[in-house]
Design a protein around this ligand. Structure first.
Ligand SMILES: C[S@@+](CC[C@H](N)C(=O)[O-])C[C@H]1O[C@@H](n2cnc3c(N)ncnc32)[C@H](O)[C@@H]1O
Length: 327
């Protein structure tokens, strides 16, 4: 049994800040939510803050108890999403329409159970050529800027102005393990440069393009944040189809614009070196009705197709590895 400070919900954040600043908050336990009240776990038996001291079993801060849904009422818990995306200290939830009236309760439950989350927003969909997520902040600090860590690198971004998906971390790691030091890479739809930076870390030289000026702004910050030498990268704010290439050929071309990449494949096939590879990301039907071979020129072959993640009930994000064979 440990002591908890029981305060009204509208005083919960104020109480938490007070307890934290003064070292009274017991970080080994989670807060407990009860009708209109929050119980903050304490390091001692009394604290100078308005509320009631309650002794009860603490909810230990284990992985299991980090299921934020344990803080929800039964009615909401069964419908609330089990998983959500995280960008740094911002949680991004996708909610079905029925949950709209419960979104604040859900967001508060997340804030209560995840110490590292400071902002909770709802994803209203990715829109436009820049693939920007429409986001609505539901609870916590009203902020869209954060620093996200993945695969040993850091990305800063304003996620209301640029695209970023933490769900591609495994895919980025895959390309990191495939690439070799010294490769010349084209990241044709680079965003805030998550692929470019990881491959530069491997010792590759990267040319990155993106049509969104904000993506370039954050990407340049990110190259610096990760101590990438300026000799290893160039980033241009340009549409891939409008960028004028010289005679250079690329060992690896990343085409991560899954809703609109197939129309650019022909141009990419002109740019890839012999025995080089194009990684084409594409939304395609889950069943095998799409044949990438119909889109490949003579001398190019698909050496691998992988489902990255589901996109809708009938379609998924796939990556096709396309190799240019020697002449
Ligand atoms: C799905 S996002 C991928 C960003 C990045 N590769 C990542 O993994 O985070 C696609 C990116 O392509 C950019 N984009 C869209 N159309 C483009 C085009 N025609 N030429 C260059 N960039 C484009 C968007 O601004 C967006 O940043």
């Amino acid at each position: 049994m440990i002591s908890h400070l029981r305060v009204k919900r509208d005083k919960a954040e104020e109480a938490k800040d007070f307890l934290k600043i003064n070292g009274y908050l017991n970080g080994d336990y989670l807060p407990i939510k009860e009708d209109g009240f929050v119980l903050w776990p304490l390091n001692l038996d009394s604290v100078p803050f308005e509320g009631t001291i309650v002794r009860c079993d603490g909810v230990s801060y284990t992985k299991h108890s980090r299921d934020y849904r344990s803080n929800l009422s039964n009615e909401v818990r069964i419908m609330a999403p089990r998983s959500f995306d995280i960008f740094g200290d911002i949680a991004i939830l996708r909610l079905v329409d029925d949950l709209d009236k419960h979104k604040v309760e859900i967001a508060d439950a997340l804030l209560l159970s995840h110490k590292n989350i400071r902002t909770v927003c709802v994803d209203l969909g990715v829109k436009g050529d820049f693939r920007i997520r429409e986001l609505e902040i539901i609870s916590g600090v009203p902020n869209f800027i954060s620093i996200h860590k993945e695969n040993g690198v850091k990305f800063s971004a304003d996620i209301s102005k640029v695209y970023f998906s933490p769900r591609l971390a495994t895919e980025r790691e895959r390309l990191y393990s495939l690439a070799e030091k010294g490769e010349v890479i084209l990241d044709a739809f680079a965003g805030v440069a998550p692929f470019s930076i990881l491959l530069a870390k491997k010792g590759c030289n990267v040319l990155s393009l993106d049509s969104n000026p904000d993506a370039k702004k954050w990407a340049l910050k990110n190259f610096k944040l990760n101590d990438i030498s300026s000799k290893q990268y160039s980033y241009y704010n340009s549409k891939f189809e409008e960028y004028v290439f010289g005679n250079e050929k690329f060992d690896r071309i990343i085409m991560n614009n899954p809703t609109n990449s197939l129309i650019y494949l022909d141009k990419a096939m002109n740019l890839v070196a012999e025995e080089g590879v194009i990684h084409l990301y594409l939304i395609a039907p889950k069943e095998d009705s799409f044949a990438i071979s119909d889109h490949l020129r003579f001398g190019y072959e698909c050496t691998g197709k992988k489902e990255v993640h589901a996109y809708s009930p009938s379609s998924s994000l796939f990556v096709f590895d396309i190799k240019r064979n020697p002449n």
